[in-house]
Design a protein around this ligand. Sequence first.
Ligand SMILES: Nc1ncnc2c1ncn2[C@@H]1O[C@H](COP(=O)(O)OP(=O)(O)OP(=O)(O)O)[C@@H](O)[C@H]1O
Ligand SMILES: [Mg+2]
Length: 138
Amino acid sequence: MHFEFQVEGGNFSKAGTASSQLKKILKQLNVDSRDIKRVVVALYEAEVNVVAHAYQGVIIIDIDTEKIRIRIEDEGPGIKDIDLAMQQGFSTASELVREMGFGAGMGLPNIKNNTDELTVTSEVGKGTNVHMLINFSI
Ligand SMILES: Nc1ncnc2c1ncn2[C@@H]1O[C@H](COP(=O)(O)OP(=O)(O)OP(=O)(O)O)[C@@H](O)[C@H]1O
Ligand SMILES: [Mg+2]
């Protein structure tokens, strides 16, 4: 199964749309609830990162019999030092983003903890790609 969602940078009212849609789909497929939780947390954090840090993005989801592959590709400022960005507590979130309750620097570490494979690539001034794979049982 294949799904795609668009993400608008700066639009916090829509942040979480893709992850809640995916939650419904995985429930219908009878995926184990612990695995659903991992997928939803990981996608939510990646989705919010596009809203908080980039201009726009696309989420591409491929669901197989026992794994889900998610690609989040955005146009935005990119990430200068990915190893640093992956560390707990590192954040460049703006004052506005912090007022919205984000910016603890926990998103990427959270994605890492909830996925079986994670690859983050980025080009400064162009954008960021986050690829994740989660194995699940039904
Ligand atoms: N899609 C992205 N585009 C540009 N920079 C990003 C992107 N995702 C993450 N970053 C950079 O990596 C940092 C760490 O991201 P992370 O998700 O861990 O924390 P945060 O978004 O700042 O705060 P939190 O996720 O806890 O609300 C961000 O502050 C930002 O500098
Ligand atoms: Mg984040």
